[in-house]
Design a protein around this ligand. Structure first.
Ligand SMILES: NC(=O)c1ccc[n+]([C@@H]2O[C@H](COP(=O)([O-])OP(=O)(O)OC[C@H]3O[C@@H](n4cnc5c(N)ncnc54)[C@H](OP(=O)(O)O)[C@@H]3O)[C@@H](O)[C@H]2O)c1
Length: 435
């Protein structure tokens, strides 16, 4: 038997994920060599701070603070970008592609914002670009959409693709925690970053949804065109009402085809029916339901972040890159890829809805509300006046579920309801997703 080929990665970033890559490449080194026919080792490693203590040991001679050292080192076969961000990382990945080095990245923000340029560059330079870790950490969803479902039109993707927000919503539901208490717990346990903004405002999930939309429809939705709403304003009472009505509130990324090649790509908290398995995806876990026109519904579940799960995906990409080097394969395109897509405006997206109203507690109010909805041709599925935990004199709570209608219609009807003299507060609105 011939001895295995030697493949060296140049690793940019030795933080959470980078350290996991080094650790797990070492841990399963023999297995990887057997499976890939290549002995995959770590070459130059770039960090910001050479003095920082690390989870893994890398000989000092391999460490550098100059990203270019990874590209000029002739031993670097594959470049792995795990520094994050969209400026220095962009320049570095672009330089790596221009230098003819296959690139593996887990950087969802970079792809969502500048993927259109990087994929075009990868094609121009005929160099592959891999990004399995960029969406849903350890879940092999990129391979699933790009390869396993290649013979399908993608009818829809519904994904719980942010573990931090899912943890917070799970704890608000299961332990009756307030949003602030659940966020603090997530931070104390290390499930949320020191700055959790992108997790809770929906943008981390949006970056992933944009990548999935591109893979599904060959066009990149522009970040500024898509609707992104986070979990910051979810009230415990809506979590409780959702539960009573047979739903769970989850932050979902939704990707669907629109008419005229437009793309519906959005992130919002939504009521998911408990009859669907996604409603039972709890804690920091991620899951995606992908419906293809040939295969029907498929489901993917697992750890959407974390050192080991994410490094599993990075290592899978490194193994692919190593195999492609052996076959002298270049850019493996997923065409078309060079255009921005037109997004379906929020006002045209359709679903059913949950609405909670605080209104005057007097006869005739329900009739006023239902008449206004009828005038706007919005059908009511259910209406209840639940007994609140802390009743307020003179105020009645109304909880309605509404038939499918477009968002523009419901938003305008709610503006009119808010203007009624009987309405005491801004109405609360959530989508009910029928997956
Ligand atoms: N964490 C996850 O669970 C997860 C999951 C999926 C995808 N990702 C993606 O993976 C990437 C890395 O995430 P992470 O959590 O590992 O980040 P991290 O813990 O903050 O690590 C970043 C690493 O990059 C180094 N670095 C940053 N800027 C640099 C620069 N300009 N030059 C040289 N080195 C630089 C840092 O060096 P120092 O150590 O010296 O500061 C650090 O080692 C991000 O794109 C992230 O979105 C992460």
């Amino acid at each position: 038997m011939s001895s295995p080929r030697k493949i060296r990665i140049g690793l940019a970033g030795l933080g959470n994920v980078g350290a996991g890559v080094v650790k797990n490449l070492q841990k399963n080194s023999a297995l990887l060599t057997t499976r890939t026919g290549a002995e995959i080792g770590v070459g130059k490693v770039c960090v910001r701070d050479l003095a920082k203590s690390r989870d893994v040991e890398v000989p000092a001679a391999q460490l550098t603070t100059n990203l270019q050292d990874l590209l000029t080192d002739p031993a670097t076969d594959i470049v792995v970008e795990l520094i994050g961000g969209t400026t220095i990382a962009y320049d570095f990945v672009a330089d790596a592609l221009r230098a003819g080095k296959p690139v593996v990245t887990g950087n969802k923000a970079l792809l969502a914002e500048r993927g259109i340029e990087l994929v075009a560059l990868a094609e121009k330079e005929n160099v592959p670009l891999y990004f399995e870790a960029a969406v849903a950490g350890g879940i092999p969803i990129i391979k699933a959409v790009k390869e396993a479902l290649v013979g399908n039109e993608i009818d829809s993707i519904y994904g719980i693709i942010n573990g931090t927000s899912n943890y917070i919503l799970t704890r608000m539901n299961d332990a009756d925690l307030s949003y602030d208490a659940a966020l603090k717990e997530a931070m104390d346990l290390g499930y949320a970053e020191a700055d959790p903004t992108l997790d809770i405002n929906g943008w981390d999930a949006a970056h992933k949804a944009i990548i999935l939309a591109w893979l599904s429809y060959g066009r990149w939705p522009k970040p500024e065109d898509i609707h992104v709403e986070g979990i910051e304003n979810i009230a415990p009472e809506d979590i409780a009402f959702a539960d009573r009505l047979g739903y769970a509130i989850k932050l979902v990324g939704v990707v669907k085809p629109g008419t005229d090649h437009r793309i519906e790509c959005r992130v919002n908290p939504a009521f998911l029916p408990k009859s669907h398995i996604l409603a039972h995806v709890n804690s920091v876990y991620n899951a995606l339901a992908v419906r293809g026109d040939v295969v029907g519904e498929t489901l993917y579940y697992g750890s959407g972040a974390g050192q080991d799960a994410t490094s599993s995906s990075v290592i899978a990409d490194i193994a692919d890159a190593a195999a492609n080097i052996a076959h002298d394969a270049g850019f493996e395109g997923f065409l078309p890829h060079g255009e921005h897509g037109v997004s379906v405006p929020l006002s045209e997206t359709t679903s059913s809805y949950y609405v909670r109203l605080a209104v005057d507690d007097r006869p005739g109010v329900i009739a006023e509300i239902t008449a206004l909805l009828a005038t706007n041709e919005i059908g009511i599925l259910s209406i209840v006046q639940p007994e609140p935990d802390q009743p307020k004199k003179g105020t009645a709570t109304l909880v309605l579920t509404l038939h499918d209608t477009n968002y523009g219609t419901i938003a305008s009807a709610l503006e009119k309801i808010e203007a009624l003299p009987c309405t005491q507060k801004k109405p609360v609105l959530y989508r009910i997703e029928s997956i």
